[in-house]
Write a protein that binds this ligand. Structure first.
Ligand SMILES: C[S@@+](CC[C@H](N)C(=O)[O-])C[C@H]1O[C@@H](n2cnc3c(N)ncnc32)[C@H](O)[C@@H]1O
Length: 299
C-alpha cells in the first residue's frame, strides 16, 4: 500500500454499510478508485484467487471468448480472471460509473477492452463481484452467458440471495460450485434457516506484518485472519457432480469435530472422531482441511 487517504476509505465504507451504495454512483474521483483498489479490492481479489483456484482444482475451465466484468469498479474480478485463465478474446467492463470503467480499463493488462455502460446482449463468461447488495431483489442476470461466476461477501444476507438466484437459474444452468450437486439447495428445508452458505478464503501472510493493513482492518471493522466468501458458479455445459462441500468453519472439540456438510442428500452435520480419523481431525483443527470431500470421509 502507498499513500492511503483514510478519509476516502471511511466515506466509502460508510456508503457500503448504510445501504446508500445501492442508490447511486459513489465514485467521486480517481483517488476514490485508487484507494479502494489498494484495500477493499485487494481483499476481494484474494476471494477470487480462492474461488478460481478451487475451480481449477476441480479440473474446470471456462469457455474461451468474451468476458464481461459487470459492476467492475476497479476491475479486480477480471484482473484475477485473466491471471488464472487464458483464452479471453475481449473484455467488456461495465459499470454505472464512467470513472470506474476508465480505471478498470487502464489496469486490465494486455487484452482488448470495451467499456460499456450497458452490457452486451450475450457473453461467454459473466463475472459479478460484490455488486449484488447494490441491486434490487429479485436480481436478474444483466445478460446471457454460458458461464456465470459471482463472488460476494460471506454474509447471511448475501448468501441467501445467492441461494435464491441459484434456485431460479438451476433449470437453465448446471451448478459447478460451491455445490457438488444439482439438487435443490439443502439450506432451504425447514430446520436449516440459521445456516448460510459461506467459506473462508486465505489471506496472504505478508498482510499480517503490515501496519497499513492493520489500520485498514480497524477502519473497516474486519478481522484480517477471516475472509468469508459466498460464491456461485454456473455453467450451461455438463459439469461433474460428486462429493460433499464443507460449509463455514468446523467446530473442533477435544475428541471430535463437527462439520456442516452439503451434498445431494442435503445439509447436515457430520461428526469426525479423532480416534477413527486422526489425520482428518488434525487438518480440521489446524484449519487446513479441504472444503471439498470427494470421497466421503465421514463415518
Ligand atoms: C462494491 S463495488 C464492487 C466493484 C468490483 N466489482 C469489486 O469487486 O471490487 C460495486 C460496483 O458496482 C457498480 N454498480 C452498482 N450497481 C450497478 C448497476 N446497476 N449497473 C452497473 N454497475 C453497477 C458500482 O458503481 C460499483 O463500481
Amino acid at each position: 500500500m502507498h499513500s492511503i487517504d483514510w478519509k476516502i476509505l471511511e466515506r466509502l465504507r460508510a456508503a457500503f454499510l448504510d445501504g446508500s451504495a445501492g442508490q447511486g454512483d459513489y465514485w467521486k474521483s480517481e483517488s476514490d478508485l485508487e484507494n479502494y483498489d489498494q484495500t477493499f479490492a485487494q481483499r476481494i481479489g484474494w476471494k477470487w484467487d480462492y474461488v478460481l483456484r478451487e475451480l481449477k482444482r476441480r479440473g474446470w475451465s471456462p469457455p474461451t471468448g468474451d468476458v464481461l466484468d459487470w459492476g467492475c469498479g476497479t476491475g479486480i474480478a477480471s484482473r484475477k480472471f485473466l491471471e488464472h485463465f487464458t483464452g479471453v478474446s475481449r473484455l467488456y467492463l461495465c459499470d454505472r460509473s464512467p470513472l470506474a470503467m476508465k480505471f478498470a480499463a487502464r489496469h486490465a493488462g494486455d487484452v482488448e477492452v470495451w467499456q460499456e455502460s450497458a452490457p452486451p446482449r450475450s457473453v461467454d463468461v459473466l463475472l459479478i463481484s460484490h455488486a449484488l447488495t447494490e441491486q434490487p431483489e429479485p436480481f436478474a442476470l444483466p445478460c446471457e452467458a454460458k458461464v456465470v461466476i459471482i463472488v460476494e461477501p460471506g454474509t447471511y444476507e448475501v448468501s441467501r440471495r445467492l441461494i435464491a438466484l441459484r434456485e431460479r437459474l438451476r433449470g437453465e444452468f448446471n451448478v459447478v460450485a460451491p455445490c457438488t450437486h444439482q439438487a435443490p439447495c439443502g439450506m432451504l428445508p425447514a430446520g436449516n434457516e440459521r445456516h448460510w452458505c459461506h467459506h473462508f478464503a486465505p489471506t496472504p501472510t505478508e498482510v499480517f506484518m503490515n501496519g497499513d493493513w492493520a489500520r485498514f482492518a480497524k477502519l473497516a471493522g474486519i478481522d484480517l485472519r477471516s475472509l468469508p466468501v459466498s460464491y456461485l458458479v454456473l455453467d450451461r455445459r455438463p459439469v461433474p457432480s460428486d462429493g460433499m462441500r464443507v460449509i463455514g468453519r468446523p467446530r473442533v472439540y477435544k475428541a471430535h469435530a463437527l462439520v456442516l456438510g452439503c451434498d445431494a442428500d442435503g445439509v447436515r452435520e457430520r461428526r469426525i472422531e479423532k480416534q477413527t480419523a486422526p489425520e482428518l481431525y488434525r487438518q480440521l483443527k489446524k484449519g487446513t482441511a479441504d472444503s471439498l470431500w470427494v470421497e466421503k470421509k465421514s463415518p
